[in-house]
Design a protein around this ligand. Structure first.
Ligand SMILES: *Cc1c(COP(=O)(O)O)cnc(C)c1O
Length: 445
């Protein structure tokens, strides 16, 4: 209990109790549950709650007047101005390179529309095999929209036989060999399934050298690991804010476009919110976009969503932004990994292949498919349950909920657990490891 890792970075966050989530097997019903699911939906900050309530109050007391005159001096027309500097700092960008807008998949389509311009010689999209489904659908539909056959246009990179993680050298090799036919390189910053942190800088550098456009889906990277999009020379990036950035379910998303594109890429699907503020409300017939990422804005954003995100970003700012978050995250995830490795059900990766090929070995167990090197992962650990395809994972997962451990499952065999640097503690990791053992022991044997 005396470990500094038991003091969270922020006391802003509200965690459900065991009784609220139906953890009937936990004796301490009124205690906080073990919430390790910030990779999917971060917890609510008190600050978000306050700011959202203030906007509801402003709506109630001002009506439409609140757009320009606001009791807390946060007029809705310029509410995003409060968010962009914080967001830019989180992703390592200039303010003009960042827009807080819309949703992740929509932003991905907008950016692909601008940046994926296949020619007969250079038309491929290089991405990871088993990308998040929404991204796969987006890539395919973009290829189809250009009249291309997705099976030849989309080049999916898979880990080597028996491995789970894409090797940097393999990504660079494909770029070396096929770079000239690749129009767009787009990977996730942190892979949602394995938790692998991609080598964003070298991949971007090589993609640029080969004349490709390089974009990143930062859904699992933003708020999780420090980013330097401007310095890395990334062309574009998109992300959501409800995972590690704690903006709440369906929160407003983000988009980055490097400033070197400012005079080249102008928004094609124009909307009034991308028009310069100075003349926006004169409603001129000709669209005159804001220079940079914000020109891509289409609609006036949901103030409630902005308020919620502002609250969580201010909580992050109070905690010192991404450097302390990352530093503590490395310690917390490292400690969690050690605890999990002490389990009698833990199987080292080197053993997994052996076990898998020996059909007599049916003992339930788990391994960790996330890279061991902290520089190749963020907060999340992905546990792969054995024997593969046996249904062990689902049984363990169901039991874990009853023990008050909230992670998330990915069929058929993976449970993802992510200690969030802002609000999780070593005790959460100890509880998760302990109850995982319980779940495996009582649930299965
Ligand atoms: C979470 C996530 C999404 C979700 O997309 P939305 O448009 O926010 O619903 C998409 N892609 C990746 C890689 C994700 O991790």
């Amino acid at each position: 209990m005396s470990s500094p890792l038991n003091t969270p970075l922020s006391n802003q966050f509200v965690c459900p109790t065991n009784s609220q989530i139906g953890a009937s097997l936990r004796p301490d019903q009124d205690a906080k549950c073990t919430y390790l699911c910030g990779n999917s939906l971060g917890l609510m900050s008190e600050r978000s709650k306050t700011l959202v309530q203030e906007e509801l109050d402003a709506w109630g007391s001002c009506g439409v007047v609140g757009h320009f005159k606001h009791p807390k001096n946060r007029p809705w027309v310029e509410y995003t101005d409060k968010l962009t500097p914080l967001m830019a700092e989180v992703v390592g960008a200039k303010e003009k390179e960042v827009a807080v807008m819309s949703t992740l998949t929509s932003n991905l389509h907008l950016m692909m529309d601008s940046f994926y311009k296949p020619t007969p010689g250079r038309y491929k999209i290089l991405c990871e095999g088993k990308a998040f489904p929404s991204d796969q659908y987006a890539f395919k539909s973009q290829a189809l929209a250009h009249g291309l056959d997705p099976t030849s246009a989309i080049l999916e990179l898979h880990p080597r036989e028996g491995e789970h993680i894409l090797r940097e050298e393999d990504i660079l090799k494909v770029l070396e060999e096929q770079g000239a036919s690749i129009a767009l390189v787009i990977f996730s910053g942190v892979q949602y399934y394995t938790g692998q942190l991609f080598p964003m800088e070298p991949v971007t550098r090589m993609a640029k050298e080969k004349g490709c456009i390089c974009g990143w889906d930062l859904a699992h990277a933003v708020g999780n690991v420090p980013l330097r999009l401007h310095d890395w020379n990334v062309d574009f990036a998109v992300w959501c804010t409800y995972k590690y950035l704690n903006s709440g379910p369906g929160g407003i998303a983000g988009l980055f476009m490097h400033e070197r594109w400012n005079n080249i890429e102008r928004p094609k699907f124009a909307g009034w919110w991308g028009h310069e503020l100075a003349t926006r409300f004169e409603m001129p017939p000709v669209f005159s976009p804001i220079t940079g990422a914000q020109g891509f804005q289409q609609s006036n954003p949901s103030t409630l969503a902005l308020a919620s995100l502002l609250g969580s970003l201010e909580a992050l700012q109070e905690a010192g932004m991404m450097n302390p978050v990352r530093e503590r995250s490395i310690q917390l995830t490292g400690a969690f990994e050690e605890l999990l490795k002490q389990s009698k059900y833990f199987v080292p990766t080197s053993e997994v292949l052996k076990r898998h090929t020996q059909s007599h070995s049916t003992n339930p167990g788990f391994t960790i498919i996330t890279p061991e090197n902290p520089s190749s992962r963020g907060a999340q650990l992905s546990l792969l349950f054995l024997p593969l395809g046996s249904g062990v994972m689902q049984k363990v997962f169901d039991k874990l909920v009853l023990y008050g451990v909230i992670g998330d499952e990915r069929q058929p065999d993976v449970i993802r657990l992510a200690p969030h640097s802002l609000y999780n503690t070593l005790e959460d990791c100890q509880n998760a490891a302990k109850y995982l053992d319980e779940a495996m022991g009582h649930g299965l044997l």
